[in-house]
Write a protein that binds this ligand. Structure first.
Ligand code: DAH
Length: 330
């Protein structure tokens, strides 16, 4: 058995050790052969013979296990060394990365509003009931709360369902005049071809001394903005309802695919809805303690606009992390 102990000891690779394993421990291996000899050993010697053999087997097994552990360690270090990336090496391939279509669209939107002298504000993703609903004229039990399926942590904490709470935070921490946008992530319990539980919005808010801003300012800036984003489109304002604005409007552009003729994308209406807006409701100003001011606000989904611009059919593909999507936007 000494011979086999040496064979195990001297194995330099797992592959070699495996060969030794078969030779020693295999079905037709040395040990099996020895145990088979039991039959021909006289009865009075059987006990001694078996005991001896079992001791040999245990020794070899222990040796084998130890060697195996050693070799696994050794070989994985070798593998890691071989696979290591030399970051100092120049590979000569000059492939530029690309912005995600959402970032690219968001950047373009921000460019427009910054050029119009809007500041960029931020707010927390984990909001409270007051900023996300209450102060936006959505009191408890207000039926409009049903419009938004919310992820709640508990009674009072939630993932913000829109960027509108940043309006509230900005008004409470600054004095008018205010001219802000807030791009950011929002969350709703929704998942299908045009909805994901996480998406992005841009909120806008302008507040001035009473009488200094009117619906016509809102109309001008949104029309100008949409032409900046989509080129030569027609813009249409439809009356609508939001709890935080009065009057409220939903804004459409003429369908960029069929030029207003009617197609599948615009459900044969010739129009695509792109944002919501309105004059800030007096109750919102009351909630933040503002008096004698007027203002307008607007909000829109960034994904929706990116999907339209790039003709991306399934919103979910934006978050699959498939590099082939990004490669199309290089
Ligand atoms: N918060 C609205 C939403 O998530 C979007 C919105 C509509 C924001 C009108 C506004 C607004 O500021 O005036 O659907």
């Amino acid at each position: 058995m000494q011979e086999y102990s040496e064979k195990i000891e001297s194995a330099e690779a797992l592959k070699v050790l495996e060969e030794v394993r078969i030779e020693v421990f295999g079905k037709k291996g040395v040990l099996a052969e020895q145990f088979a000899k039991m039959k021909s050993v006289p009865n009075e010697e059987k006990k001694e013979f078996a005991k001896n053999l079992n001791i040999q087997k245990a020794k070899l097994t222990a040796l084998f296990d130890k060697k195996k552990t050693e070799l696994i360690k050794h070989e994985s270090i070798l593998m890691m060394k071989e696979g290591a990336i030399d970051v100092t090496l120049f590979n000569g391939i000059n492939e530029a990365g690309s912005l995600h279509p959402i970032n690219e669209t968001m950047n373009k939107m921000i460019d427009y509003f910054v050029s119009m002298n809007f500041s960029i504000e931020e707010g927390p993703l984990i909001e409270d009931d007051f900023h996300n609903f209450e102060a936006l004229n959505l009191p408890d039990f207000h039926p409009a709360r049903d419009m938004q399926d919310t992820f709640f942590f508990n009674d009072k904490k939630l993932l913000r369902t829109h960027t509108s709470p940043v309006q509230i935070r900005t008004m409470m921490s600054q004095k008018p005049p205010i001219r802000m946008i807030c791009p950011g992530t929002v969350f709703r319990r929704d998942f299908d071809i045009t909805h994901t539980p996480m998406f992005h919005q841009i909120e806008g808010l302008v507040v001035e001394e009473e009488g200094k801003v009117s619906f016509s300012h809102l109309k001008y800036i949104l029309e100008d903005f949409l032409k900046f984003m989509f080129g030569d489109v027609e813009v249409r304002f439809r009356p609508s309802f939001f709890p935080f604005t009065e009057p409220s409007t939903e804004v459409d552009i003429s369908c960029i695919f069929c030029k207003g003729e009617g197609c599948r994308v615009c459900s044969h209406t010739g129009w695509l809805e792109v944002l919501g807006a309105g004059m800030v409701d007096i109750n919102v100003f009351k909630a933040v303690g503002y008096e004698n001011v007027s203002g307008y606000a607007f909000g829109m989904g960034i994904e929706r606009i990116a999907m339209l611009i790039h003709q991306i059919p399934d919103l979910r593909s934006m978050f699959d992390g498939d590099v082939r999507l990004l490669e199309q936007f290089r």
